[in-house]
Design a protein around this ligand. Structure first.
Ligand SMILES: [Fe+2]
Ligand SMILES: [Fe+2]
Length: 316
């Protein structure tokens, strides 16, 4: 789609100059509906992998048959649907809370933020519908962490600036997934690829809006509050990481169930080791190390970039 705004590298020493008018116009151009992407004859092809190998990292597990590797890839794609549905559960109320005090201000700003929240509510439905189709065809159960409401509540209890940074990281992460891993991949299922593409198309606007939101919240905070918000962001990252590591252990059980096989202790630790790294990169590292995210953190609190760059290698 030619009308898309592609991501731009932002300067390191000033906030990017995104305009609400152009973000709103892009959001209105993109605007797809869930029914365009799933339902009727639009079905997942379980003969194919669903996630790009750079996110799934199943090919190094040479004691799995090619079919078992595809099944593990699909289990990881189920995580992807679930985890995105889960994080969007706290993005919607957070964006609405940010928008309410702005209602009497710039019309483009209010409408852009309302579209942001509306699109995330639509994404929750999109991921839910894909999960429903996935589970109807996959043939066995896939266990997941949660419940989403409890995770959302724990995250929303932190300082708004820390929460806005977590959301900003997720938005840039989605951009990176599509541009670096998905766009040129011809092996994955076209139906799943269509979900990733359409999600990316709307997230491109969200990344910019969240950057503006982080800027506005940060400008109303003292230097001390900003520094504390970086600590809060890291605590939330640690909380998400613990959940993701549990999810990987669930995935091993789901793999055993789906393929009807058992693994030796060594094989189990190998799957866990490889998949923990893959999951960390997918949901944390690809966002933490995004140049636009790092630039934003340093504007929030000078020195934050160096701090995050020193921990990013743990998530590669
Ligand atoms: Fe989304
Ligand atoms: Fe988003």
């Amino acid at each position: 789609m030619k009308t898309l705004t592609l991501e731009t590298k932002q300067s390191n020493n000033s906030w990017p100059n995104y305009s609400y008018e152009s973000i709103l116009a892009a959001s209105e151009r993109v605007n797809w509906s869930v029914e365009d992407l799933i339902g009727g004859d639009k079905r997942l092809d379980f003969n194919r992998p669903f996630l790009p190998e750079s996110l799934a990292r199943v090919e190094g597990l040479d004691f799995l048959t090619p079919r078992e590797r595809v099944v593990l890839n699909q289990i990881r794609s189920h995580d992807y649907l679930y985890i995105f549905g889960l994080v969007e559960e706290f993005i919607v109320p957070f964006v609405l809370d940010h928008t309410r005090p702005l209602l009497h201000g710039s019309n483009a700003r209010v409408r852009a933020f309302l579209n942001f929240a509306g699109e995330e509510a639509k994404h929750i439905e999109l991921f839910r519908r894909f999960r429903e189709d996935f589970l109807a065809q996959f043939g066995s159960q896939c266990d997941v962490i949660g419940p989403p409401e409890a995770i959302a509540q724990a995250i929303l209890s932190k300082h708004p600036l820390a929460v806005a940074l977590v959301i900003l990281q997720i938005e840039w992460m989605t951009q990176r997934h599509y541009l670096d891993s998905v766009a040129d991949d011809t092996a994955i299922d076209p139906q799943f690829k269509s979900l990733l593409k359409h999600h990316w198309m709307e997230e491109a606007q969200h990344a910019k809006l969240d950057s503006l939101m982080v800027q506005a919240i940060a400008e109303a905070c003292s230097a001390q509050e900003r520094a504390t918000a970086i600590d809060g962001y890291l605590e939330l990252g640690g909380m998400l990481d613990a959940g993701l590591m549990q999810q990987v252990r669930f995935d091993v059980e789901s793999l055993k169930r789906a393929t009807n096989r058992t693994f030796s202790a060594d094989e189990t630790s190998r799957i866990i080791e490889v998949q923990q790294k893959a999951t960390r990169w997918t949901f944390l590292g690809s966002g933490i190390s995004h140049p636009n995210f790092l630039a934003a953190t340093d504007l929030v609190s000078p020195g934050a970039r160096a701090r995050l760059e020193s921990i990013a290698p743990l998530f590669t």
